[in-house]
Design a protein around this ligand. Structure first.
Ligand SMILES: *[C@@H]1O[C@H](CO)[C@@H](O)[C@H](O)[C@H]1NC(C)=O
Ligand SMILES: CC(=O)N[C@H]1CO[C@H](CO)[C@@H](O)[C@@H]1O
Length: 561
């Protein structure tokens, strides 16, 4: 409708000129008219700039902005006529307030026009604005689309805003994550966040929270931008008093915002800990999962851990460990592993809530290896407490389960399981039961990664080798014996030598001639001798025990000389 837009613009220009002139000759309320005159003047200059822009007449926002400006100007003209009469009759206060209102409306119009001009959208054809750019469109189309969309969000009416939010959500869902970066750069995030406010129209708030959650989920940069523009407070308010779907989106956004550990403090500054704990307790399944993720993310901060305990989070977490959805269970287990690893006070609280029983229950039922890892870490941390240590050391079923993980788990699970085997006080009877794990423990001793694996493998093996029958079983296993001898070889630099040396010492400690003979036959003696010369800790003593057979010592001496 370019012709009607031009006509409206023409009427506005004529009216503006008349009003500017008339405003000079009003006889009443002249100070107020001075203000109005300056607004009229800026409207005039903005409009002339707009009409110079090549594509102004296709802009749909102008199609509503211009008529609304025209009607404000008409009302202002009526006021100017009243104020130009030689003496003013009528309500003085009423006229003052009408004039203030007219000035305020004019301000709004000029702000809107100014924003539209500055956005640059009037300099491009609207052909591409009509449809969302598809994911393959060039980036400048996308940037233009986003700028246009945000002018609608900022100065459009309800209908424009709703459609703009809808387009924004589609854009963020359909495109890859780079779209969010364009939105963060070209859009006005602060304006989007203002739509989360409780004063905003309900349908607007409902869509705005979805858009915000999509933006923060799309990477570090958009997340940082949304956080810095102050989204956390309004998001937490929505979790407090929105509808459940809104709470879900807001909690998702908070979970992503807290992915940056630097943002954790802000959650507690906004009173967010209590709000998240409440959502954990009473939210939908999805909301609980996001709340658990956010709580997990912030539980690295000591003050927040204290607040979590005060807000009663521990029993709720323990409950969800068993009854939550799979995703919630994983995040809760992670959170518990963080709490359990920090200090004795939290271990006490967790144990009071039957933490170990529940963790063991999930440990049996769990099939997800990531969750399993968190559960096992938590159990490991709780094994540091006396009661946890006693209970785990005495549980044959648990010990058999962790042996299974040593044999068949991924490296992280193997590492934690071996640490438990190394540290627990396992009965000799149970050590015999799990003798079959020794081959796997020797393999762990060869692992380059993770750090500490060689040590825990060796420690666990040494614990099993305190039982004589296990020593015999070990040396009967050709493969394990060969591995051990290869690790002793000074040319093998991957393995720290003190661990295999300690295993040799343990194997010959009981004075069993059988063990000694098999080690010597496998070639251990020469290696240990070299290691003793290199002053590897424990090697001299191991050599002594290994050389207890005089013939061997004479032979080696002769060989050396
Ligand atoms: C962005 O939006 C905020 C809030 O709506 C507003 O105060 C600010 O002026 C806008 N900034 C720009 C550059 O348009
Ligand atoms: C530090 C931390 O635990 N970050 C996690 C926060 O939540 C996100 C989303 O679930 C995870 O991807 C992060 O690893």
């Amino acid at each position: 409708m370019p012709s009607s837009a031009s006509e409206t613009l023409l009427s506005i220009s004529l009216l503006l000129d008349r009003l500017l002139l008339a405003s000079l000759s009003v006889s009443s309320f002249s100070s107020r008219w001075q203000i109005i005159r300056s607004k009229l003047a800026s409207a005039k200059s903005l409009l002339s700039e707009i009409s110079d822009s090549p594509h102004w007449s296709d802009n749909p926002l102008l199609l509503t902005l211009l008529p609304s400006l025209l009607s404000t100007l008409r009302r202002t003209e009526t006021l100017s006529l009243q104020c130009s009469l030689p003496s003013f009759f009528g309500g003085k206060l009423l006229m003052q307030s009408d004039l203030d209102m007219a000035a305020a409306w004019l301000s709004r119009h000029t702000n809107d026009l100014d924003l539209l001009l500055r956005s640059g959208v009037l300099h491009q054809s609207t052909a591409i604005v009509l449809s969302r750019p598809d994911p393959s469109s060039p980036n400048h189309d996308l940037a233009f689309f986003v700028r246009d969309l945000f002018t609608r969000l900022q100065i459009g009416g309800l209908h424009f805003k709703l459609k703009a939010l809808d387009s924004l959500i589609h854009l963020l869902s359909d495109h890859d994550k780079s779209a969010a970066a364009v939105v963060a750069k070209e859009g006005n995030i602060s304006c989007l966040i203002s739509l989360l406010d409780l004063n905003a129209h309900f349908s607007i708030r409902e869509l705005a929270v979805v858009a915000v959650s999509l933006i923060v989920s799309a990477g570090d940069l958009p997340r940082k931008c949304v956080f810095e523009e102050g989204a956390l407070g309004p998001l937490l308010r929505i979790i407090e008093c929105g509808t459940m779907p809104m709470k879900e989106s807001a909690a998702m956004a908070v979970e992503f915002i807290t992915d940056d550990p630097d943002n954790a403090w802000a959650v507690s500054a906004y009173g967010g800990v209590a709000i998240l704990v409440e959502l954990l307790k009473s939210g939908s399944i999805l909301a609980q999962s996001h709340a658990a993720g956010a709580i997990r993310n912030i539980s690295g901060v000591e003050d927040i851990r204290i607040a979590l305990a005060e807000e009663g989070a521990i029993p709720i977490l323990m409950q969800l460990l068993i009854s939550g959805s799979q995703s919630t269970q994983g995040k809760v287990a992670n959170c518990i592993s963080i709490l359990a690893s920090t200090d004795e006070k939290f271990r006490g609280l967790l144990l009071e809530e039957k933490g170990l029983h529940r963790l063991l229950q999930l440990f049996c039922d769990c099939s997800n290896s990531e969750t399993m890892e968190h559960v096992l870490r938590s159990i490991y941390s709780l094994s540091v407490s006396d009661s946890g240590y006693r209970m785990l050391s005495g549980s044959t079923a648990f010990i058999i389960q962790i042996v299974e993980l040593v044999k068949h788990g991924n490296v992280m699970l193997q590492h934690i399981s071996a640490s438990l085997l190394a540290n627990l006080a396992i009965s000799d009877g149970n050590k015999r039961v799990i003798a079959g794990s020794m081959g796997s423990l020797v393999k762990l001793m060869e692992s380059v990664k993770p750090d500490g694996m060689q040590e825990v493998g060796a420690k666990a093996l040494l614990s099993l080798l305190t039982v004589n029958s296990n020593k015999k079983e070990f040396v009967r296993d050709e493969k394990s014996l060969m591995r051990l001898v290869q690790m002793l070889d000074p040319r093998n630099e991957v393995v720290s030598k003190k661990f295999p040396v300690a295993v040799v010492a343990a194997l010959v400690a009981g004075g069993s001639q059988g063990c000694r003979r098999r080690l010597v036959a496998a070639g251990a003696h020469g290696h240990v001798q070299r290691l003793a010369e290199m002053d590897v800790p424990g090697a001299k003593k191991a050599l002594q025990r290994l050389s207890a057979n005089r013939l061997t010592s004479i032979f080696t001496r002769a060989w050396r000389d």
